[in-house]
Design a protein around this ligand. Structure first.
Ligand SMILES: Nc1ncnc2c1ncn2[C@@H]1O[C@H](COP(=O)(O)OP(=O)(O)OP(=O)(O)O)[C@@H](O)[C@H]1O
Length: 271
C-alpha cells in the first residue's frame, strides 16, 4: 500500500494563496501526471508531498499517516537538480543509499551507485563534482539517486525537461520499467510535466490544474494499454482524442484568444 490522499489542501506564500482546496487520492501504484499552466502551483504541491513544506490548511497522508516531513519512503527529483555540490556525483548517490540501506557495505553501495549512474547513461561521472557536469548530466545523476533508493513513492518535478529528445525517451522508458517491474509493488508516482504527450505516455491518470489560485480542473484516466509504444501511440485515436481534450482543458482560457491572432503590445509601440 502506498496510497496518497490530499484533503482540502491549501497553501499560501504569505498573502498569496497558490493552492486552494485540493482534494485527490492516488491509489497505491498509480502513476499520476500533473499538468497545468506555469505558476499554478505544481512544484508547490510536490514540495508538500515531499514534506518540504506544510499545507496552510488541509491534510496529506501516505497510507493514512500524515506527511510531516521528508522521508526515505519518497524519492524526489526536483528541477534544480538538488545534488550536494561539494560531493561527487557518485558520493551523492552513495549518501542516499547509505541512508536507505544502513548496514550494507560501502563497496556494495558504491557498486549500486555506479550501476544506477550507468542506467541513466552516466558511465564516467562517479568521481566528478556536479559543477563539472552539464545541466542534463546533473539532472540524470539526481534521477539515478532517486531510482537507486527504490522508494515506494516517487515525486518528480519536470525531471526530463532539460534533456535532449533521445535521452528523454530513454529515461521515460527506464522510469516505466522501474515502475512496472514488480506489479505487486508498483511505486506511486507524481510526475510534473508541461508536455501533454509525455503525460499520456506515462500516466495512469492526468491531473490538470488551473490558475488563480491553483486547483484541480479535472482528472483524466489514460485508458490506453501498456506498453505504450511511441510510434503506435501517436496515431492511436484514443491518444489523439485525449491529447486534444487535455490541450483544451489546459488552455481553455487562451485558445480563443490565440486563434483570433491578437498581437501583443510591445514596449516599442508608438515610439
Ligand atoms: N518561495 C516562494 N516564495 C513566494 N512565492 C513563491 C515561492 N515559490 C513559488 N511561489 C509562487 O507560487 C506560485 C506557484 O509556483 P510553483 O512553482 O508551485 O508553480 P508551477 O506550477 O510549478 O510553475 P512552473 O510550471 O512554472 O514550474 C507562483 O505564483 C510563484 O511565484
Amino acid at each position: 500500500m502506498h496510497e496518497i490522499t490530499l484533503t482540502n489542501i491549501s497553501y499560501a506564500y504569505g498573502e498569496q494563496t497558490v493552492l486552494e482546496d485540493i482534494n485527490f487520492t492516488a491509489a497505491a501504484g498509480e502513476f499520476i501526471c500533473l499538468l497545468g499552466p506555469s505558476g499554478c502551483g505544481k512544484s508547490t504541491l510536490l514540495r508538500l508531498l515531499a514534506g518540504l513544506a506544510r499545507p496552510t490548511t488541509g491534510t496529506l497522508t501516505l497510507d493514512g499517516k500524515p506527511i510531516n516531513g521528508p522521508g526515505l519512503d519518497r524519492g524526489v527529483v526536483f528541477q534544480d537538480y538538488s545534488l550536494f555540490p561539494w560531493m561527487t556525483a557518485g558520493q551523492n548517490v552513495v549518501l542516499a543509499l547509505e541512508q536507505a540501506f544502513p548496514g550494507k557495505s560501502r563497496a556494495r553501495l558504491r557498486q549500486t551507485a555506479q550501476e544506477y549512474l550507468e542506467m541513466v547513461g552516466l558511465r564516467d561521472v562517479f568521481h566528478k563534482l556536479p559543477g563539472a557536469l552539464s545541466g542534463g548530466m546533473r539532472q540524470r545523476a539526481a534521477i539515478a539517486r532517486a531510482f537507486a533508493i527504490n522508494s515506494p513513492v516517487l515525486l518528480m518535478d519536470e525531471p526530463f525537461g532539460a534533456l535532449d529528445a533521445i535521452t528523454r525517451a530513454r529515461l521515460q522508458d527506464l522510469l516505466l520499467q522501474l515502475w512496472q517491474q514488480n506489479t505487486a509493488e508498483r511505486k506511486t508516482v507524481f510526475f510534473v510535466t508541461h508536455d501533454v504527450e509525455e503525460a499520456i505516455l506515462l500516466a495512469s491518470r492526468v491531473m490538470v490544474m488551473g490558475l488563480n489560485p491553483g486547483s484541480v480542473r479535472g482528472v483524466f484516466p489514460v485508458d490506453i494499454p501498456r506498453p505504450r509504444r511511441r510510434q503506435a501511440l501517436y496515431t492511436d485515436p484514443a491518444f489523439l482524442t485525449l491529447r486534444d481534450r487535455l490541450i483544451r482543458e489546459l488552455h481553455a482560457d487562451v485558445l480563443d484568444e490565440l486563434d483570433e491572432g491578437r498581437t501583443v503590445r510591445t514596449a516599442g509601440e508608438g515610439i
